[in-house]
Write a protein that binds this ligand. Structure first.
Ligand SMILES: *Cc1c(COP(=O)(O)O)cnc(C)c1O
Length: 389
């Protein structure tokens, strides 16, 4: 295609003209069942009337004001996020990578403002993904993503997800440990609760901050509003984005009072972060998660999806090898190349997303119905049957 857009995405040959719930309609009139949700973004499906109404009402009042002024919608959203979590303070931005950058800055400032300027190293883990800015590339340390972008910022130590490695690599220069409680792009790998509990303990013992990147696994995706709730521990900082605005770009860094104590006037900023439109929408999304009993639906829908996918693993055991994940963050390991299988699903009108390690991701909206799950399973079954091996 003769495009003026920079060539950073290998796109499917389709465009969508509208959406309704879990379904999208392409410009040529074909229906697609959306189990990608814009990569874990449209958590309440497409064209949700109440979100649309909130958007329109706010747009008719005020779109943007600078953070030089008080923004009531931002205050309300921050208060709500704190009520719903361990956090006491929130910084707003516009995306996941920005949220992770913000979290890194909060952690480094925590130590430097306490006189420990040397304590600035961040420990991260293999197979993680934290965004595409230079510091977040350094954090994930994925060589294919970093290729050609040197120099990559120093200060990150990327290690295997392993107790001995972790203990060996903690020093008095370690500022924070950054981890996704469920790795998303890395192939839907839930980190065992015991490992999160271990990190918490090591952080407490060594004056290190625990940062959980919940850009993908937060906002109800795993069946709890914040995925660390499964483990019972409280982190010091979490990052949110993707599902937070259910399709409107907004990101956030949530922090305890203690962890954010280095952040003062002028220490961080964002022109668009925390704008009235994004904040009104995110407030409405949190409201709807409660009102529509979304977490209950995630847990029930998850059981059905796992059961049905496991049935397909038995049926097509020479093509798919297993199912893993948490809540509605589900990965199917493929025998064949995963992109071949997502392409075949696409032909059946089912949108799925590839992940590393030959995983196909199922990320339906969190209000997905059982009927639509069975429809997706039917299409996936058909797609697998069409795979010649
Ligand atoms: C998607 C993602 C990011 C990056 O978010 P962007 O909005 O694309 O910058 C960061 N961390 C995790 C865990 C993600 O899944």
């Amino acid at each position: 295609m003769n495009s003026s857009v920079m060539n950073t995405y290998n796109r499917y040959p389709v465009s969508f003209k509208n959406g309704e719930g879990s379904w999208l309609t392409s410009t040529d009139g074909k229906k697609f069942l959306d189990f990608s949700s814009g990569i874990a973004v449209n958590i309440l499906g497409h064209n949700h009337s109440e979100i649309n109404k909130t958007f329109a009402e706010q747009a008719n009042k005020i779109w943007h004001v600078s953070n030089l002024y008080n923004i009531p919608e931002q205050e309300l959203l921050a208060k709500k996020l704190c009520e719903l979590s361990f956090a006491d303070r929130v910084f707003f931005c516009n995306s996941g990578a920005e949220a992770v950058e913000g979290a890194i800055k909060v952690a480094r400032k925590f130590h430097s403002s306490a006189g420990n300027k040397e304590r600035n190293k961040i420990i991260t883990f293999k197979n993680s993904f934290h965004g595409r800015t230079l510091a977040t590339l350094a954090a994930a340390s994925n060589s294919s993503h970093m290729d050609g972008f040197s120099p990559i910022p120093p200060g990150f130590l990327n290690i295997p997800l392993d107790e001995d490695y972790l203990k060996k690599n903690i020093t008095n220069k370690t500022a924070a440990i950054l981890i996704e409680p469920v790795q998303g792009e890395g192939g839907i790998n839930p980190v065992p609760d015991e490992f999160l509990i271990l990190i918490r303990r090591l952080c407490n013992e060594n004056n290190i901050l625990m940062i959980l990147d919940q850009v993908q696994c937060g906002m109800g995706r795993t069946g709890k509003l914040f995925s660390h709730e499964w483990s019972g521990i409280e982190p010091d900082i979490i990052t949110l984005a993707k599902g937070l605005g259910a399709g409107f770009p907004i990101g956030a860094v949530l922090s305890s009072e203690n962890a954010s104590k280095g952040m003062s006037h002028g220490s961080h900023g964002s022109t668009f972060g925390g704008n009235p439109v994004g904040c009104s929408i995110a407030l409405k999304v949190l409201d709807l998660i409660e009102k529509e009993d979304i977490l209950l639906n995630v847990n029930q829908a998850s059981k059905v999806l796992f059961q049905e996918l496991e049935r397909l693993v038995e049926k097509h055991h020479n093509k798919i090898l297993g199912v893993r994940g948490k809540g509605l963050m589900v990965g199917v390991e493929c025998h064949e190349k995963n992109s071949v299988i997502t392409d075949l699903a696409f032909e059946q009108g089912l949108l799925l997303v590839n992940a590393s390690n030959n995983i196909v991701r199922f990320l339906p909206p969190l209000n997905i119905s059982e009927v639509d799950i069975f429809e997706a399973i039917k299409k996936f079954d058909e797609a697998l049957s069409n795979l010649d091996i």
